[in-house]
Ligand binder design. Sequence first.
Ligand SMILES: NC(=O)c1ccc[n+]([C@@H]2O[C@H](COP(=O)([O-])OP(=O)(O)OC[C@H]3O[C@@H](n4cnc5c(N)ncnc54)[C@H](O)[C@@H]3O)[C@@H](O)[C@H]2O)c1
Length: 380
Amino acid sequence: MKEHKLGIIMNGVTGRMGTNQHLIRSICAIRDQGGIKVSPGEVITVDPILTGRSEDKLKSLADRAGVARWTTDLNEALSDSKNSIFFDASSTLHRARFVEKAARAGKAIYCEKPTAVTTAEALRLAQVCEDAGVKNGVVQDKLWLPGIRKLRALIEAGYFGEILSVRGEFGYWVFTGHDEDQPAQRPSWNYRKEDGGGIMIDMLCHWRYLVDNVFGPIKSISCRAATHLAERVDEQGNSYRCTADDSCYATMELKNGILCQFNSSWTVRVRRDDLFVMLVDGTKGSAVVGLRECRTQSLEETPRPVWNPDVSQPIDFYAGWKPNAEEEEYENAFKVQWELFLRHVALDEPFPYDLRSGARGVELAEAGLNSCLERKWIDL
Ligand SMILES: NC(=O)c1ccc[n+]([C@@H]2O[C@H](COP(=O)([O-])OP(=O)(O)OC[C@H]3O[C@@H](n4cnc5c(N)ncnc54)[C@H](O)[C@@H]3O)[C@@H](O)[C@H]2O)c1
């Protein structure tokens, strides 16, 4: 059996995303399934090493995940030639120095989004990787969500006819920390601009690759961001001023004419199918797409409502939608992308989700910010 054994430095994985999605649901899952079987005689296996600042946190996570290797000495991990990949899930503003160091050490780079908070810095990081000649990639997980995969299959089959518009609604209530027994469920840096926080930089990165890949390239954006809640409580129990936006109301025009409206908010309460739902309307049919589900309504199934506030609504609008491809099984979206990246590193298979494509996400976020500040449409 030919084995490609990849040593993977996993930096900043004691955080929310790193622990659950990347270490446990992706790398440990790949390890536990015996690696990625490429052919009957060839396999890619993973050998992670956890790096970070706190010995206690690293040791306890390593024990929990059954990972043998961890260290607080990143340089030592980088100098070990068995480690061919460097992955970073630390908070955004730390990304650049870690990525630069690892690229210069000749490691393939894979990291969380956003890669930076300005387009110039995101492009510079892409260039650093390209100059170092290292393979590189950015997490674009939403592309492999079951709901989105079902949607893409419908688009490819021509289900919608001409797609007219897309309405995306993302968000949920993130507690401020002021309410009894309700600690904040997101890290406090998310609400401080000076620490790389803000929902625009966080979510517009996702909407860029999602819209570009699924519906078509974005031409321009009009955006209004807001900081609805001015004060929150941090991990130490101290109140702090929120300097970053917690909500963002964006309209995007695509080169093919489709109009997309995406609301993203940490200050909304959910009365919809999921934490992220898109309504896609086309001439021949529509779909409501969540993280896992995709429900459709064709032109023939479209109800004919009458506006009459004097009687209770006689139509159950929710009932007129059919689940789609319910029987399909899908792997965790982060794991699917990890497997593609590992195949890219070991087998040289294509991987278009590189740092340069990640920089386009930052470009949209920056354009959104400028649109908001200048109160005008910004072309990309
Ligand atoms: N793909 C997605 O859907 C998604 C979702 C949420 C967050 N993210 C991104 O993932 C990244 C992490 O977000 P999170 O919510 O897990 O944050 P988090 O605050 O929970 O985790 C950050 C991690 O980085 C570590 N860290 C911070 N400074 C460090 C340093 N100097 N050296 C080493 N480690 C350091 C922290 O100890 C922690 O382990 C962010 O860039 C964020 O934008 C992506």
